[in-house]
Design a protein around this ligand. Structure first.
Ligand code: GH3
Ligand code: MG
Ligand code: MG
Length: 418
């Protein structure tokens, strides 16, 4: 019964009140026993979604997909019809269309309220705790305890946990049951620790297994803590808070190490790291990849004429423009002084030239700190078997070429030597 995913994944102009009413109605329809396996937990999830909408948080595809296990049985036709009628009444045609193409995890994001009404940069972001248990009552108990301090996600089994751990927003902590029918907690934990994307998420086992050997095993495969049931709520809360704090501190350190302090862009160190990975992926999947090297023109003169602090402001603003012009999957880095790099995945030479030209033009058209700032761009597409240094050098030579041809222009690199 994927229909519900469609309803909630809709990307129509989000009328907050309508959605709330819709959520209530949908959950009341779903309480039909032929539709639901685990009514209790499902309703809990629906409530969570509604609570998110009320807070103005994002509801993303991961939330929606979490409903899926509870919708396994085919709905009876009349229920489906009823649902469609309901949607029709709310005049959400988009939702009805969504009903037909569910199953594909949608990348749609739905905002409960318009941009800017609430939130913004200073909105408090709660750490995300993923609770994994096959028993809804256990989930309810933990969620009830943690709901006010954390953003809660739930998984009703091991496989689901692995999926959610990889999805955005990434959990800051996982509370993991051990005995689950589809995959036991030990194996889940091992798999989490094997994946680059999830290995840094702290795992705490919360389990009825209270033998010393069981606890030893749990800790030996990478869990940070082991809590046996029945537990004291206050102690559980305290332990969770400790591990969340540690996680946030290590995230902050990692972030510091990979960011440039002046502009907030990725730094050279991070670029080199990530570029090597992206390049080997590009070779493996035979996907095009481009690198653009950018050097601000006559930047020394900005410092000389306006002072170093204006120079810093210019660099910050230029960086902001670059970020605005990049896709999520692009890497934009400050390579050094007034040099920047774009690393563009799945991007061929033609798209790369267009991108470079567009960014160049925007920079030229923008009065950065009231000054006319331009830059020279060198573009290279990854050649067969080429490594990062080779690619970077060619882009760098193209920048040199752009400088010598008068600056404020895009030059494409020479082909790589065979
Ligand atoms: P060209 O057009 O040939 O690139 O000339 P340019 O003046 O931009 O190049 P040059 O390499 O001679 O000078 C770069 C200047 O950038 C020199 C350096 O002081 C300045 N710079 C490097 N890092 C920073 C920084 O973090 N802040 C400021 N304000 N200036 C910086
Ligand atoms: Mg330079
Ligand atoms: Mg320069």
């Amino acid at each position: 019964m994927d229909t519900i995913l469609g309803v909630l994944a809709l990307d129509c102009p989000a009328d907050y009140n309508q959605l709330q009413v819709l959520g209530t109605k949908v959950s009341s329809i779903l309480q039909h026993p032929t539709v639901l396996g685990e009514l209790e937990e499902f309703v809990f999830l629906i409530d969570q979604l509604k609570a998110k909408l009320e807070r103005g948080d994002y509801v993303d595809s991961a939330d929606l997909i979490s409903l899926r296990p509870y919708c396994r049985q085919d709905p009876e036709e009349h229920l489906l019809r009823k649902l469609r009628e309901l949607l029709g009444r709310f005049d959400m045609e988009v939702a009805i269309r969504c009903v037909d193409k569910l199953g594909q995890p949608s990348r749609l994001r739905l905002r409960a309220r318009e941009d800017g009404l609430i939130g913004g940069d200073d909105m408090e972001i709660k750490p995300v705790v993923l609770i994994v248990d096959d028993a809804p009552s256990n989930i309810q108990l933990l969620a009830g305890l943690l709901n006010s301090s954390y953003q809660i996600k739930v998984a009703n089994g091991g496989l689901r946990c692995l999926e959610l751990a990889e999805a955005e927003p990434s959990p800051d902590l996982i509370l993991l049951d051990i005995q689950m029918p589809d995959m036991d907690g030990y194996e889940v934990c091992q798999r989490l620790k094997q994946s680059d994307n999830t290995k840094d998420i702290p795992v705490i086992f919360v389990t009825g297994k209270d033998q010393v050997e069981e606890e030893e095993l749990g800790l030996s495969i990478g869990a940070v803590d082991y809590i046996t049931k029945p537990y004291s709520p206050a102690i559980v809360e305290a332990r969770i808070a400790t591990h969340i704090t540690l996680k946030q501190q290590s995230d902050a350190l990692r972030n510091l190490a990979m960011r440039d302090q002046l502009t907030g862009l990725y730094n050279r160190h991070f670029l080199i790291n990530v570029a090597e990975k992206r390049i080997s992926q590009a070779h493996r999947h035979r996907q095009p990849l481009c690198l653009i090297m950018i050097d601000v023109d006559h930047f020394k003169a900005v410092n000389d004429q306006h002072g170093h602090s204006v120079g810093d402001d210019v660099l910050r603003e230029v960086a902001r423009i670059f970020v605005e012009q990049s896709r999520n999957e692009d890497v934009v880095a400050r390579f050094g002084g007034e040099e920047f790099v774009f690393l563009l995945d799945a991007c061929d030479l033609e798209a790369g030239v267009n991108k470079a030209e567009k960014v160049r033009q925007i920079l030229e058209d923008t009065r950065v700190q009231g000054l006319a700032i331009t830059a020279s761009f060198g573009l290279a597409q990854l050649a067969h078997g080429e490594d990062f240094l080779g690619l970077l050098n060619r882009a760098d030579e193209a920048v040199y070429e752009a400088k010598s041809k008068g600056r404020n222009r895009v030059e494409v690199a020479e082909e790589a030597p065979v």
